[in-house]
Design a binder for this molecule. Structure first.
Ligand code: AMP
Ligand code: ZN
Ligand code: FE
Ligand code: FE
Length: 277
């Protein structure tokens, strides 16, 4: 019997805040029985420098992707850019701007933490990362854990650096509208990621007034009843559907790769450029 086609379209590598290198991620995908994968690092496409060769070797389909942080009318919106042209100058420019945004933002958060009596070493934090990698709050959470300021990774977010917490800083916002324009210029398709995190259907509908192409309906942390609701909204609005685990490896425990996925038909509707030729 042939195994069913499953593709996980949301995961992170060491190029952003995942714990597996792009190559490890691709071979891990193969090992857990996936036939397709899309690596959606935060604000970077660097994973594709090595992931494409790995996917050819592993014999799995790879679609291009990225997850951009953006803001629309004060709402934080994570935008998945799928099937983007990896050589697009506009895409590169946006990724570069995000690296600068994160650098400044991390400095602000680290300064606030020091003033609050919890100094961590930003240099040490950055030295542990690949050059130009967009460091995020999970790296800061790890540093707080290492220093013993918190007992768990989650506690760092709940008490200190989660959205709206005392040491949180949003950084210079980049608009959702501009993000969509760049994804479209790169001939890609823009999806709202994990809409359930946007606190309410109305906010999602408001954001969907922008020219999105799809909605992430299947997600590791969602119940089937919640997923059904997002599928209905996508169908009503004529949007494409996507799904994935949001796997971060050891950086975020308890979310296995492949714990959310899409079938072949869905994969083929999204990815029209074959990276593995
Ligand atoms: P950043 O991109 O720097 O804003 O950090 C976002 C990352 O932090 C995402 O990968 C989230 O999964 C993770 N994150 C955000 N809020 C929490 C939370 N409350 N608990 C654990 N991880 C979180
Ligand atoms: Zn992440
Ligand atoms: Fe996200
Ligand atoms: Fe993600």
């Amino acid at each position: 019997m042939t195994k069913p086609f499953r593709a996980d379209l949301h995961c992170h590598s060491t190029c952003s805040d995942g714990s597996m290198s792009p190559r490890e991620l691709v071979f891990h995908a193969k090992a857990v029985g996936l036939s397709g994968l899309c690596i959606t690092d935060h604000d970077t496409i660097a994973a594709y420098m090595t992931a494409i060769e790995a996917a050819k070797l592993a014999g799995i389909l790879l679609g291009s992707g990225v997850e951009f942080s953006s803001v629309h009318e004060g709402i934080s919106v994570h935008v998945l850019g799928y099937d983007v042209d990896l050589s697009s100058p506009a895409l590169k420019e946006l990724c570069d701007r995000h690296v600068m945004r994160r650098k400044k933002r991390n400095e602000t958060i680290v300064k606030k933490l020091a003033e609050g009596g919890m100094p961590i070493d930003l240099v040490e934090l950055e030295e542990g990362s690949a050059e130009g990698r967009p460091m995020g709050r999970p790296h800061i959470a790890q540093a707080l854990l290492k220093k013993g300021y918190v007992k768990t990774f989650g506690e760092a977010f709940q008490k200190y650096i989660g959205d709206g917490r005392p040491f949180f800083d949003p950084g210079e916002p980049i608009s959702t509208e501009e993000t969509l324009a760049v994804i479209h210029e790169a001939r890609g398709k823009a999806f709202i990621a994990h809409p359930h995190l946007m606190e309410g259907k109305n906010k999602v509908l408001r954001v969907l007034e922008l020219p999105f192409d799809g909605l992430e309906c299947f997600y590791s942390k969602c119940l089937p009843v919640q997923e059904k609701k997002w599928v209905e909204i996508a169908e009503e609005k004529g949007l494409l559907i996507s799904g994935g685990s949001d796997f971060h490896g050891k950086m975020k425990q308890g979310i296995p790769l492949g714990s959310s996925w899409v079938d072949r038909e869905t994969f083929e509707k999204i990815f029209e450029k074959n990276l593995c030729l």
